[in-house]
Design a protein around this ligand. Structure first.
Ligand code: SAM
Length: 327
């Protein structure tokens, strides 16, 4: 998988990829990242990337020409051209996930590309979201995703991070000042993306967030011990995992909920003892305790997630009991 970032502050990204999982993913070439200075695509003495807004008003706007030139240098044609011949229309309704996968597989086979890893990842990720692709076309169409970081964009979620992780190439455009000339969005971008309901001074921080969240979901980036299914927003249902050695592990998927609290040694710290259930090796008990904690935390901090979560009969009973406690 490859990320390309277009920015007027390439120096912002120095250091971001030098630690932990991201560093390893790059070193092992599971992912590559290119950061491109927009000023390299200007032709005046002052290397001008911005201009005043038509219609007046505060601030400056990023000019379209350097961005278009930078995109062309990466081989990115305007959207309409990119989608020509792929069988996908940028104006079509989001397809059903299964249909999209079949279509994409057909198209990929026709074009002779090997995107088998991306297809496998998309399938493993439950083909992303039950509602289908976040983009207007197939979740894994064999062309790059061009994303404009913007406070006006669709909210960035773990489901979308999963979708990007199954994409071969993602191009991220970082705005500055009042933003980017809208024609760049119309002509080139598959999606406007927001990392939250607040206004940042530039898209660089947002791009770094998107890269981090998506990159760690690329197959092979996380070790087995840290599978992304077993954390907040994970897609798998709650279950006791029986490892290859036949030993049950009290780890389980979040089924769309927030994660449970984690503890390590010492068993007592600051006058607080680790919950007894976690110390006694009763895997069924540990699973129940963790599931209850997930439900408690989700109800307290993000009750909106309960609507789309995979809840068992046992979960619903637990939830009722937790709600009653609060009354
Ligand atoms: N005039 C814009 C508005 O009101 O929506 C704000 C522009 S902001 C100061 C400059 C740039 O920061 C944007 O073009 C965008 O690239 C980035 N940005 C700001 N907030 C963001 C957010 N919540 N998510 C993603 N990008 C953001």
């Amino acid at each position: 998988m490859r990320f390309d970032v277009l920015t007027i502050f390439p120096g912002f990204f120095a250091g971001i990829f030098e630690n932990g999982i991201l560093r390893r993913a790059l070193a092992e070439e599971l992912v590559t990242v290119g950061v491109h200075d927009l000023r390299a695509f200007t032709h005046d003495r002052h290397r001008t990337v911005d201009d005043r807004p038509f219609g007046g008003g505060e601030g400056m706007v990023l000019k379209p020409e350097p961005l278009a030139e930078a995109l062309a240098s990466l081989g990115i044609a305007p959207k309409a051209e990119r989608l020509k011949g792929t069988g996908f229309s940028p104006y079509a309704n989001p397809p059903e996930t299964a249909g999209a996968l079949q279509e994409a597989e057909k198209t990929i086979a026709l074009k002779g590309h090997d995107f088998s890893r991306a297809i496998k990842a998309a399938k493993l990720a439950g083909a992303l979201a039950p509602e289908g692709s976040f983009f207007d076309e197939s979740p894994i169409a064999p062309h790059p995703r061009v994303i404009l970081l913007s406070a006006q964009g669709r909210p960035f979620t773990q489901a979308l991070a999963r979708e990007l992780a199954a994409t071969e190439r993602v191009v991220l455009i970082c705005g500055r000042y009042e933003g980017v000339d809208e024609r760049i969005n119309q002509l080139y971008c598959d999606m406007e993306l927001s990392i939250g309901d607040y206004v940042l001074s530039g898209g660089e921080l947002a791009a770094a967030v998107v890269i981090d969240a998506a990159m760690r979901l690329v197959p092979g980036v996380l070790g087995n011990e840290a599978s992304s299914e077993f954390e907040s927003f994970g897609v798998a249902d709650a279950e006791i995992v029986v490892a290859e050695d036949g030993v049950p592990r009290s780890q389980h998927g979040s089924g769309g909920l927030l994660d449970y609290p984690h503890y390590t040694r010492p068993a007592e710290f600051g006058g607080l003892r680790v919950p007894e259930t976690l110390l006694n090796g009763d895997h069924a008990g540990i699973r129940r305790w963790r599931r209850e904690q997930q439900l408690r935390k989700t109800l307290a901090n993000r009750s909106d997630l309960l609507v789309g979560a995979t809840l068992s009969k046992e979960d619903r009973k637990l939830l009722d009991a937790i709600r009653q406690e609060a009354e």
